[in-house]
Design a protein around this ligand. Sequence first.
Ligand code: DPM
Length: 327
Amino acid sequence: MSNHKTFTIGSRKSQLALVQTRQVQSALQLSYPDFEFPIISMTTVGDQILNKPLFQIGEKSLFTKELEVALQNKTVDLVVHSLKDLPTTLPDGMTIGAIMKRENPKDAVVIKKGLNFNSLDELPEGSVIGTSSVRRTAQLKKAFPNLVFQDIRGNLNTRLAKLDDPNGPYSALILAVAGLIRLNLNNRISQILPSSVILHAVGQGALAVECRTDDAQIIKIISVLEDKDTMLRCTAERSMLRTLEGGCSVPIGVHTDFIKSSDCKRKLKLIGLIARLDGSEIIQAEAVKEIDEDGIDAANELGKEVASTLVEKGATSILDELKNAKS
Ligand code: DPM
């Protein structure tokens, strides 16, 4: 490797995306002080279509396609994504080179400024909750049948402005804890919803670095970013989603954690669920698998196992209903 090398990082333009990309940039800069990692930012379809519910746009790589084209063209050498926005099957020639240590993967409740409530249970009947996630809406409708769920789009700051607008309809928003923390908005978190109420999205809270499969140099460089436990948890989560052929906008939630059993073996637990859009039915399944040295095959198997139990319990009828709702 020569002394002065430049590797360009692709990013979405939103404030959250840029904060995340700079986090990767700093980590790389620290490990490779002699290299340069300039950032090129661009707008994606998902950033542009703001008037439609996400799940109706019907494009699986909403927030990633333009960046992958830039990767293909070699305009950029690596791309930073929120892993949960990255489809479970990548285009030919693209791979996830690293998954970084996960931030808290749970969902948070953000209450409108000036309202004296601290949790969803306290909100009066008929209060309007803003979210465009079918996963959040379906699960929360079941847990809080007296609340009303309404679409809200735009980046985090736009949403918070809509929430706090005294004439706006929303009493609260549901947002990922991870995004709020990264934007230094921790002080807006009123409640972190437990897994007994809602399961988070596949890959939520983790950052992924995508690159060209044949770019051995970049793959080696970004390997310093990888957090093995996060990678294994997300591998299991993504394997479940891939097996169910679900995209980033399906009412599917997960929970993973490592457990140590009495025989001192390290095991990974995966809970998965799929919900009907209106929350009228929620199917849940779980499995535990021993994680060996490598762990990737076991994590993939775990995801498939939970997916097939979900199918046995009736997931296919929910998935079919979703396909019809989109067309
Ligand atoms: C995906 C969803 C949302 C984003 C759907 C879901 C939320 C959409 C919404 C796949 N991507 O979670 O069920 O509520 O309108 C997104 C966010 C983050 C990554 C923002 C958020 C946060 C950072 C992270 C949008 N993508 O969920 O509040 O999880 O790493």
